[in-house]
Design a protein around this ligand. Structure first.
Ligand SMILES: [Fe+2]
Length: 448
């Protein structure tokens, strides 16, 4: 809990869509564990099943299903369901008053190619599923299912549609390829659009933590193309000039020089976009705004970060854009906001020299370039950045983080909101799960 001078008294939920799940194309045979779902649904339309009574076998099925579900969690799904099929209920039926609409689910779909390489799930090509709840007559509801790969540039390069075969050509930041050239392979980053799914302003997107989202046709699930959400607001509408804040004191900055040397390498050799969009977005339902966050490509390698926050209306008009330069080496994956602030939780990282050498030599994934850095501080910074500087009463310097009293690792945030205590002080409350640590193997965090 953090106290500071009062601002807004109203809690603001930070709504967002869930990310990971897997599909459950269920079989009416009750001897089959209920959650197994790796094969493609049959192309024929199924019919409504009859109810059957619950037996002890069903209860045992839950444990069996959980085991097998996990075994199949990271198995590639080679097939697409390009036309809607009606899912067959195993038990019961969709409640008649269940709301109509479509639930979209994004995640990696392909982990192994046809040439012996297996990639980390975070490098798996994006696979989008839709569950459309529709009327089925006589007051009943049914669920229609579709699933397609996102046709990213990388997907079209690595998949041969005529033979339906795959060959990974990009390493991906979390993986090593079994075949192909390892030393000097600069094809590292590939936008696989596999992290979040977002429907906003009558458009559907699949996001990736590293570049532009891909726009998807919300009915056919066909890929429309990359959508420039970072630089110009995508819709091309009127935009407000960016406001920039930094914590520096002016003069010649050696890190500016270093950044200037790094950028041509990252942009030109490794083909990284200058700014990378974080996969976690936020919806401010009170103001009807989409909030996104980007950082610079070179930030991971520099002892400072440049965070840019964007706020769009439902027509993708960029309402405001603010950049904050924070002089700290941090890894940020998720974030939070309230009525008055953006909130960043700083995970301290450093360059691992041995890991970097191994990564460049193709002996380990590129992510092993980084490691945790708990010895640099016994605290963890939480930055409260003013969302509307024009309303800032000057009561708090955003450059000074709140220091949580232990090295902590925080990747995802549940919610954040503001309240006012009995003395009239505004409080920011954050709901999140974090772990306190002394040290851990950073690359093992990604299963390496
Ligand atoms: Fe995440």
């Amino acid at each position: 809990m953090i106290s500071f001078p009062p601002n807004s008294p109203s809690p603001t939920p930070a709504a967002k869509l869930p990310r990971h799940h897997h599909d459950h194309n269920k079989n009416s045979n009750r001897h089959v564990p209920k959650a197994i779902s790796i094969s493609s649904p049959p192309p024929t339309i199924t019919t409504t099943t009859t109810n059957h009574e619950t037996t002890p076998l069903d209860q045992n099925d839950d444990a069996v299903a959980a085991f097998w579900d996990y075994q199949f969690l990271f198995i590639s799904q080679r097939k697409e369901t390009t036309q809607p099929i009606t899912l067959l209920p195993v038990n019961g039926a969709v409640p008649p008053d269940f709301p109509k609409g479509t639930y979209y689910l994004a995640g990696p779909g392909l982990f192994s190619d046809d040439h012996g390489s297996t990639v980390h799930p975070l490098d798996g090509h994006g696979y989008l599923k839709s569950f459309h709840v529709a009327a089925a007559g006589e007051g009943n509801k049914e669920v229609q299912f579709m699933a397609k790969y996102v046709r990213t540039e990388a997907q079209m390069e690595e998949h041969e549609p005529e033979t339906d075969t795959w060959r990974f050509t990009h390493r991906g930041p979390f993986s090593l390829l079994k075949g192909g050239r390892r030393v000097g392979n600069t094809k590292v980053m590939k936008n696989v659009a596999n992290t979040s799914v977002l429907k906003w302003g009558r458009r559907l997107f699949c996001l990736w933590e590293g570049g532009d989202p891909y726009q998807i046709d919300h009915r056919s699930l066909d890929t429309v193309g990359r959508f420039g959400l970072i630089d110009d607001g995508g819709g091309g509408g009127e935009k407000k000039e960016k406001e920039s804040h930094d914590a520096g004191g002016g003069g010649v900055d050696l890190w500016d020089v270093a950044a200037g040397l790094l950028k041509p390498i990252l942009y030109g050799v490794f083909r990284m976009p200058p700014k990378r969009l974080l996969s976690h977005y936020k919806l401010d339902t009170k103001r009807d705004r989409l909030l996104t966050l980007s950082c610079n490509a070179e930030d991971m390698l520099m002892p400072r970060n440049n965070f840019t926050f964007y706020e769009y209306d439902s027509n993708f008009k960029l309402l405001q854009k603010q950049e904050f330069e924070i002089p700290d080496r941090l890894m940020i994956h998720d974030w939070a906001f309230t009525d008055t602030h953006y909130i960043l939780f700083g995970n301290r990282i450093k360059i691992d020299v041995l890991g970097a050498i191994q990564a460049v030599c193709g002996l380990s994934p590129m992510i092993s370039t980084l490691s945790v850095d708990p010895p640099s501080s016994s605290t963890s910074p939480i930055y409260l950045l003013p969302r509307f500087p024009e309303n800032d009463d000057g009561g708090r310097d955003w450059r000074v983080p709140v220091e949580a009293p232990a090295p902590m690792w925080l990747l995802h945030v549940g919610n954040a909101f503001q309240t006012v205590d009995e003395s009239g002080n505004a409080e920011i409350r954050v709901h999140a799960a974090t772990c306190s640590y002394q040290w851990f193997n950073f690359t093992k965090l990604f299963g390496q």
